[in-house]
Design a protein around this ligand. Structure first.
Ligand code: PMP
Length: 317
């Protein structure tokens, strides 16, 4: 679709999944002018389909598009396009408890530029795929390694938005970690190399007694929608939640650590290796009680198994 800077995207069309044409001189291929979102559709036990907080993804794309010098589709148009994509792919939404349909909206600078500048035209695409558990461990605890040599994002950079370039910086660190047998990398801040930031594709939480702490949003980590949801769920369960600087030293005497994200949902962390030392949680066997409780609360909401007092789910049919 062609658009002006006011973000008037045309109606678009539904086409079979497959390769698309892209100008070799496009903003996205040359200068990384691309932004994406990720959300899931779950099937309820009665067969109907629920989307989880699509408006949040629509709004995050607006913020990200501004940072990337692009117009974004208006929020209603974004949500409507997501709904239509899911309805057109209904048969790919797995049965309750067997996974979900992952939906990937993409906004790219598709117009031609040669000198470094925002592209003059933009394309908004949505594709979808059924998915199961993100980590091969399934719901079992994952093992992380703290990386202080590689960083995801620097202050003033693009770490706070879901731009494709953030993931380019992660590829090598994550590959090395996986080759060493870890599930993923936990990044520290690029300035002090001391404060927790996030994992390659999820946010991190540290549990100590009744207090659940997570790094504050300061422009270098992604404001996760699952993060925000888990904070509200935890508060409603009577936990104290702190959004602040969380030092890597706090990992040493935490009771539990878990990650949150659309793909990973709530993933308990069994161990974290930092400067050659391995710290284990919940005996590294079972899942910590707090992680388990929050996982169950969130997933039962997402799958429509309990009342949704927050109004987070959107029923499709
Ligand atoms: N951090 C990063 C770097 C991510 O890619 C994601 C996944 N979008 C998250 C955190 C979690 O965000 P959300 O809960 O919105 O999926």
């Amino acid at each position: 679709a062609k658009c002006g800077l006011d973000g008037n995207f045309d109606k678009g069309e539904m086409v079979p999944f497959g390769p698309i044409e892209m100008n070799p001189s496009s903003g996205v291929l040359n200068y990384g002018q691309g932004l994406f979102e990720g959300l899931k559709a779950y099937r309820k036990s009665d067969g109907s389909i629920l989307l989880f907080r699509p408006l949040e993804n629509a709004m995050r794309m607006q913020t990200g598009a501004e940072r990337m010098c692009m117009p974004a589709p208006p929020v209603e148009q974004f949500v409507d396009a997501v709904k239509q994509t899911v309805l057109a792919n209904k048969r790919w939404v797995p049965p309750t408890g067997k996974g979900s349909l992952y939906i990937r909206p993409l906004l790219v600078g598709s117009g031609a530029v040669l000198g470094l500048a925002p592209a003059p035209e933009y394309t908004f695409i949505i594709f979808a795929s059924p998915v199961g558990n993100y980590f091969k461990e399934g719901l079992a605890p994952i093992n992380l390694i703290v990386e202080d040599k590689f960083h995801r994002a620097a202050p003033g950079g693009t770490g706070g938005v879901k731009t494709i370039g953030n993931y380019a910086s992660v590829l090598m660190a994550q590959k090395i970690a996986k080759e060493k047998g870890y599930s993923d990398v936990l990044y520290l801040d690029a300035v002090h190399k001391k404060y927790l930031e996030e994992v390659s594709s999820c946010n991190i939480f540290v549990v100590k007694g009744n207090v659940i702490s997570t790094p504050a949003i300061k422009g270098t980590i992604l404001p996760g929608i699952t993060r925000k949801s888990i904070i509200d769920v935890a508060l409603s369960k009577g936990f104290q939640v702190e959004e602040r600087l969380v030092s890597v030293d706090e990992l040493l005497d935490a009771d539990e650590v878990f990650c949150t994200g659309t793909a990973v949902v709530v993933s308990p962390v069994g161990s974290i290796t930092y400067q050659g030392k391995r710290i284990e949680y919940a005996g590294n066997q079972g899942v910590g009680a707090v992680s388990q409780q929050l996982y169950t609360s969130l997933t039962s909401l997402q799958m429509g198994q309990v009342e949704d007092p927050m109004g987070w789910t959107v029923q499709l049919n």
